[in-house]
Design a protein around this ligand. Structure first.
Ligand code: HEM
Length: 388
C-alpha cells in the first residue's frame, strides 16, 4: 500500500471516498493532530457501525462501540482510563517479566525441536492470549476459544461485506458465547473476588461505584481483544523484518540490548494497527480540505508512519531511528497495553534469538491475514536450514 499512501499524501492527503463512507487521512501531521484533538474528533463508533452492511453484525459489538474505553470521549473516557492505567504502568507490567519469559521459553523450546513450524500458530498467537488470560484471571486453557472469539468480534468491524450468511450466523453465535462466558466469569468474581484484573474491575464497580455493570463487561472484552491480534502481529511482523533485512539479525544476536529499538522500528515499518477511526464533532479544516460535521475519518496510522516529512527514507528499515511512530496511537487514547506488548515483544525476541538456531522461510509469497484496520500474517512457516 505504500506507493498508494505516497500518492495520496502528495495529491489528496484528506480524501473523501464515498464508496466506503470515509475520509482517508494519510499525512503524519494531520494524523497526529486528529489523535490529539478529541474535542474536535470523537472516538464514538456509532456512525461507523451504521455503515456495516449487515445489521446483524452490530449485535454484540454495539456495546463495545458505545461503552468501551476505546470508543468513549471525555469525561467517561477519563474515568475509565484511570481505572485501567494502574494495572498497566511500566512497573506493574515489569513484574510480569518472569512469567512471560517462562511462557516464551516453553513455546520457543517446543518449536525449536521441530523441523518446521508456523511462527504464528506456535508462538505469536498463543503468547499474548495466555498472558492476557492470566492477567484477567480467566482460564488460559480456553485460549483457542478466546482467540476465535476475539477474531470474530473484530470481524464485524471489517466493513467488508464479504461474509456470507452462514459466516454471519457463526460470527453472531460466537459473539454470544464470548459475552456469556465473560458474564459468567464476572458473576463468579462478584461472589468470590481474587487477585486478578477482573476482580479489580468488579471491586471498582462495588466499592466506588466507578464502573457500571456494562462497563465491567466491555472493559473485560476490550482487554481480551485489544492486545491479542496486535501483539501477535508485532511478533510476526518483527520476524518478517528480520527475514527481509539479513544484516539486522547478527547485530541483535551480538547485542540483544538493541531489541527494544528494533521493535520500535518494526512498529513503525509495519504497524499492526493500520487505521483508526474518528468522527468530526463539527466542521473542520484539514490542510485545505473542508470536512463536514459527522464525517467518519479513516486515520491511516500506517501511512503516517511512512511520511517522509517525518521519517526520511521511510521505506528503509533502520533500527537506529528511534521513531516517533503512531502505532500505539497518540494522546488520550494512547494504547494502555503499550508497556505490556513492548515487554512481550522484547522477551519473545530475546528467547527466539537465543534459542532458535538457523531457520529459513518456506518459499512463496507471505500470507497476510485479510483484515480491515489491522495487519499481520496468517501463517509464517519456517524450517531448519539457512540462518533465519
Ligand atoms: C488502544 C495499538 C497492544 C489494550 C490502542 C490504540 C492503538 C493500539 C493504536 C489507540 C486506539 C485509538 O486511538 O482509537 C496496539 C498495538 C499493540 C497493542 C500496536 C501491540 C503491539 C495492546 C495490549 C493491550 C491493549 C497488549 C491490553 C492488554 C488497549 C486498550 C486501548 C488501546 C484498552 C484503549 C485505550 C483508550 O482508549 O484509552 N492500542 N495495542 N493494547 N489498547 Fe492497544
Amino acid at each position: 500500500p505504500y506507493p498508494v499512501y505516497a500518492r495520496l499524501r502528495e495529491q489528496a492527503p484528506v480524501l473523501h471516498v464515498p464508496q466506503i463512507g470515509m475520509w482517508l487521512v494519510t499525512r503524519y501531521d494531520h494524523v497526529q493532530h486528529i489523535l490529539k484533538s478529541p474535542d474536535l474528533f470523537s472516538s464514538s463508533r456509532t456512525p461507523a457501525l451504521e455503515q456495516l452492511r449487515d445489521p446483524r453484525l452490530t449485535e454484540g459489538v454495539e456495546m463495545l462501540a458505545s461503552s468501551s474505553l476505546v470508543a468513549l470521549d471525555p469525561p467517561d473516557h477519563t474515568r475509565l482510563r484511570r481505572l485501567v492505567n494502574v494495572a498497566f504502568t511500566p512497573r506493574a507490567v515489569q513484574s510480569l517479566e518472569t512469567r512471560i519469559r517462562q511462557l516464551a521459553r516453553e513455546l520457543v523450546d517446543e518449536l525449536a525441536r521441530k523441523d518446521s513450524f508456523d511462527l504464528m500458530e506456535d508462538l505469536a498467537v498463543p503468547l499474548p492470549v495466555i498472558v492476557i488470560s492470566e492477567l484477567l484471571g480467566v482460564d488460559p486453557a480456553r485460549r483457542v476459544e478466546f482467540k476465535r472469539w476475539s477474531d470474530d468480534l473484530l470481524l464485524g468491524s471489517r466493513l467488508d461485506g464479504h461474509l456470507d450468511t452462514a459466516e454471519i450466523d457463526r460470527v453472531v453465535a460466537s459473539r454470544r458465547e464470548f459475552i456469556a462466558f465473560f458474564h459468567a466469569m464476572i458473576e463468579h468474581r462478584r461472589r468470590a473476588p481474587g487477585d486478578d484484573l477482573l476482580s479489580d474491575l468488579v471491586r471498582a464497580e462495588a466499592e466506588r461505584d466507578a464502573l457500571t455493570a456494562e462497563e465491567v463487561l466491555t472493559m473485560a472484552l476490550l482487554l481480551m481483544v485489544a492486545g491479542n491480534e496486535t501483539t501477535t502481529n508485532l511478533i510476526g511482523n518483527g520476524v518478517v523484518a528480520l527475514l527481509e533485512h539479513p544484516d539486522v539479525l547478527p547485530r541483535l544476536r551480538a547485542e540483544p540490548a538493541r531489541i527494544p529499538a528494533f521493535l520500535e522500528e518494526v512498529l513503525r515499518w509495519r504497524s499492526p494497527v493500520v487505521m483508526l477511526v474518528r468522527t468530526t464533532r463539527r466542521p473542520v479544516t484539514l490542510g485545505d480540505v473542508e470536512v463536514p460535521k459527522d464525517a467518519v475519518l479513516g486515520v491511516l496510522v500506517d501511512a503516517a508512519n511512512h511520511d517522509p516529512a517525518q521519517f526520511p527514507e521511510p521505506a528503509r528499515f533502520d533500527i537506529e531511528r528511534q521513531p516517533a511512530h503512531l502505532s500505539f496511537g497518540h494522546g488520550i487514547h494512547f494504547c494502555v497495553g503499550a508497556p505490556l506488548s513492548r515487554l512481550e515483544g522484547r522477551v519473545v525476541f530475546e528467547e527466539l534469538l537465543a534459542r532458535v538456531p538457523a531457520f529459513t522461510r518456506e518459499p512463496g509469497p507471505l500470507e497476510w491475514a485479510p483484515s480491515f484496520g489491522l495487519r499481520g500474517l496468517k501463517r509464517l512457516v519456517l524450517r531448519r536450514g539457512e540462518p533465519l
